[in-house]
Design a protein around this ligand. Structure first.
Ligand SMILES: Nc1nc2c(ncn2[C@@H]2O[C@H](COP(=O)(O)OP(=O)(O)OP(=O)(O)O)[C@@H](O)[C@H]2O)c(=O)[nH]1
Ligand SMILES: [Mg+2]
Length: 402
């Protein structure tokens, strides 16, 4: 009896010990979950401490893209798509580029009526004497066409009107349309570099002086590209004001486009541009748009800054496009700015903003003549989709619209 009792006691003790042992063991996490916020390949998990993997530090391209340039990368920042999902729960659907000039035609007409309609009225006079030709010349000069193009156009109109001798309004309209079109030059290639080349995104640098509309243009252009199913990355290389990066990131977030930026005011713009292009390469984007600061203290300063940004970007990918943004309402002043910029960087295209304002349409011809570079986009308002690809035909038709 006693033996049975002792055996039962020993068994009970053993069973208890086994149970206590089981309960004490830590519960293993289910496979695939993280006990901390880290990625599988995060170097912090590697033996030897926080920056344990010198290879991965040297080759950051094997790591997920940092969302913010010039900041110490943190685990949260490396969570893919986190920024896009958080900041843009409901994305805008930008208007297709092709229909924009049509929609915005009325605004163009409003700002340019003095130019197209006035000209047609003068040409339609019963008798065109020297006084009328003087008035035509004046109209063109007032429309910011520039002296040389004005003389050229007046000569051509004189020759044709005299030779044709036509007074038929429709024929005159057609004649004027043809000559204006020749001035605006439909043969210029106005396409934007928006296609990957040699496995790399097309990098576009956006330059121009203060307040002309650079950041707005980058934001609107991102929408044009998104509407055409392009993958876009934005680079906020205007580090002069912290608000500039915020302004750009807001534009990007509305259409699910990542903005690479620095939180540090006064950070090196070239390093932000570098990070943006790096992100673009890693994410296999089609286009990287880099916004820059609009300071124009002096030419040497500008040359230093833009030159450095371009050099640093080109360590990774060529700059395919340099868009010079000009405020169309500034007329002659805009032409002066264009000249300075063209001496500093190889401008490949012009964006004329604020053509919905008091601008005069002749500036399109004047600026193209001066730089030998096409106007590729025009800004016709403050709305998100008020940036239209420029077309010579669409523009001249708007000038002559009744
Ligand atoms: N009406 C009109 N306003 C425009 C157009 N484009 C830009 N703007 C306005 O111009 C102002 C300046 O635009 P920004 O994009 O901030 O100019 P910016 O060149 O980046 O200026 P900085 O960064 O200070 O050099 C904003 O109020 C824009 O809404 C346009 O086509 N039409
Ligand atoms: Mg800006």
């Amino acid at each position: 009896m006693e033996i049975v009792l002792i055996i039962s006691l020993v068994l009970a003790l053993l069973l208890g010990a086994v149970l206590v042992g089981l309960l004490d063991r830590p519960v293993a996490p289910p496979k695939g979950t993280y006990t901390e916020l880290r990625d599988d390949d995060d170097p912090a998990l590697a033996p030897g401490g926080l920056v344990a993997d010198p290879a991965s530090a040297d080759a950051p391209s094997s790591r997920p893209a940092p969302r913010h340039a010039a900041e110490a990368p943190t685990v949260e920042e490396e969570a893919p798509k986190a920024e896009v999902v958080e900041t843009a729960p409901q994305l805008d659907r930008p208007e297709a580029a092709g229909t924009r000039l049509q929609r915005l035609r009325a605004r163009l007409l409003k700002s340019n009526n003095v130019f197209g309609q006035g000209l047609l009225a003068l040409l339609s006079r019963d008798r065109i004497d020297d006084d009328v030709w003087d008035e035509i010349e004046e109209t063109l000069l007032m429309a910011d066409l520039g002296t040389e193009p004005t003389m050229e156009l007046v000569d051509r109109l004189k020759a044709r009107v005299t030779v044709d001798g036509t007074r038929d309004p429709d024929a005159l309209r057609a004649l004027l349309r043809e000559e204006l079109l020749a001035m605006v030059d439909p043969s210029m290639d106005r396409r934007l570099a928006a296609t990957r080349k040699d496995g790399k995104p097309a990098v576009t640098l956006v330059v121009g002086v203060n307040g002309v509309g650079k950041t707005t243009t980058v934001g609107k252009l991102a929408r044009v590209l998104v509407a055409e199913d392009r993958e876009v990355v934005l680079g906020a290389a205007d580090t002069f004001r912290a608000a500039a990066a915020e302004q750009l990131a807001t534009w990007g977030a509305r259409v699910g486009v990542v903005t690479v930026r620095s939180e540090t005011e006064g950070a090196d713009p070239a390093s932000v541009a570098f990070e943006a292009v790096k992100t673009g390469i890693e994410e296999e984007a089609d286009v990287v748009l880099v916004d820059t600061a609009g300071r124009l203290q002096n030419k040497a300063n500008l040359m230093d800054e833009l030159g450095k940004i371009k050099r640093v970007i080109e360590k990774q990918a060529p700059v395919e496009e340099v868009l010079l943004v000009l405020d169309a309402t500034t007329g002659q002043n805009g032409l002066m700015q264009a000249k300075v910029f063209a001496e500093v960087v190889d401008v490949t295209g012009i964006v004329l903003t604020k053509l919905d304002g008091t601008a005069k349409g002749g500036i399109v011809v004047a600026i193209q003549r001066q730089l030998g570079v096409p106007v590729k986009l025009i800004g016709l308002g403050e709305g998100a989709d008020d940036l239209a690809p420029f077309s010579a035909e669409g523009f001249v038709d708007a000038l002559l619209a009744e």
